[in-house]
Design a protein around this ligand. Structure first.
Ligand SMILES: C[S@@+](CC[C@H](N)C(=O)[O-])C[C@H]1O[C@@H](n2cnc3c(N)ncnc32)[C@H](O)[C@@H]1O
Length: 277
């Protein structure tokens, strides 16, 4: 791919495992291809698509815990696949589920998900994806209707389908993630998964046995009511994308909507929580 791109180095001070939230925000602003490094994230955006207001949006992520700074430079050519091949290692969750790129050898695990992430979130490397995979692995999924909100690469929707969920639907607000999920679903030869581009406004009358949403605290708080309105009685809602200290606010919002806390997983300060109606 040869285009005029801006390359941004975003540094997180002090370095904390917050880069995936930064990546999710950058992705929704129109940045492409993200490479995580020790200090933060390198991200790219087409020069004509960049505007200064985007950096104001990024600064809103600053908190008591960390601050984000950046520098930028203009570049002519990016080979995104080479970037990923340098940076993307396969992962194995609980010895039974691998998430890997097409160029990695086939593993022996029971579940094998092949993802070409390009610039979408969801390689399984991040704690939140890892924990959502653990939840899917350890709970009954067979025959259940599953909605994956904020599907990224489609990794959780693909695993849901491999675990026997049917039908599976996936939604992401980002055009790149929508397209990338379609590609990855085809690559994994799973039964048809419906993918839509948008947010909670796409949810209508149809109800689901299970909803999984790994997004971020504020979007979850904002959209949770809509999610619950399309959850079957006795349905389960699995949420991630927030820190342990956010559990009380998430739990309070869920309980107001009639959900009961079931269980939470914790990894690198991040949590994933299961609620049931
Ligand atoms: C943290 S990533 C999770 C990706 C994948 N599900 C995983 O677990 O690895 C969050 C995803 O949510 C999407 N997203 C952000 N806001 C959203 C919204 N309001 N509705 C739906 N998707 C959204 C982002 O584009 C991003 O792909």
């Amino acid at each position: 791919m040869a285009s005029n791109y801006l390359e941004f180095q975003f540094k997180i001070h002090p370095p904390v495992p917050a880069s995936e939230i930064l990546i999710a925000e950058l992705g929704s602003l129109g940045f492409e291809s993200f490479v995580e490094n020790e200090d933060g994230v390198t991200a790219y955006i087409l020069k004509e698509e960049f505007n200064e207001n985007m950096l104001t949006e990024v600064r809103i992520l600053d908190s008591d815990e960390f601050k984000i700074s950046y520098s930028s430079s203009e570049i002519q050519q990016v080979n995104w696949n080479e970037e990923w091949e340098k940076n993307f290692q396969p992962i194995v969750v609980d010895d039974i589920c691998s998430v890997r790129a097409p160029f990695h050898p086939k593993p022996e695990t029971e579940f094998d998900i092949v993802i070409e992430p390009k610039m979408s979130f969801g390689t399984g490397h991040h704690a939140t994806t890892h924990m959502m995979i653990q939840f899917i692995l350890k709970n009954e999924w067979k025959g259940k209707s599953v909605l994956d909100m904020g599907c990224g690469t489609g990794v959780l929707a693909i695993l849901s389908s491999q675990k026997g969920a049917n039908p599976v639907e996936a939604i992401d607000i980002d055009n790149w993630c929508y397209l990338n999920s379609l590609e990855n679903i085809e690559r994994n030869n799973v039964p048809e998964i419906s993918v839509k581009e948008g947010g909670a406004e796409l949810l209508g009358e149809k109800k689901y046995d299970v909803i999984i949403a790994n997004i971020n605290r504020n979007i979850l708080l904002n959209d949770m009511q809509k999610y619950v309105s399309v959850l079957q009685p006795d349905g389960d809602l699995y949420l991630s994308g927030f820190y342990k200290e956010d559990i009380p606010i998430i739990q309070e919002a869920c309980e107001k909507l009639g959900l009961k806390f079931q269980e939470n997983l914790e990894k690198d300060k991040w949590v994933a929580v299961k609620f049931s109606l």
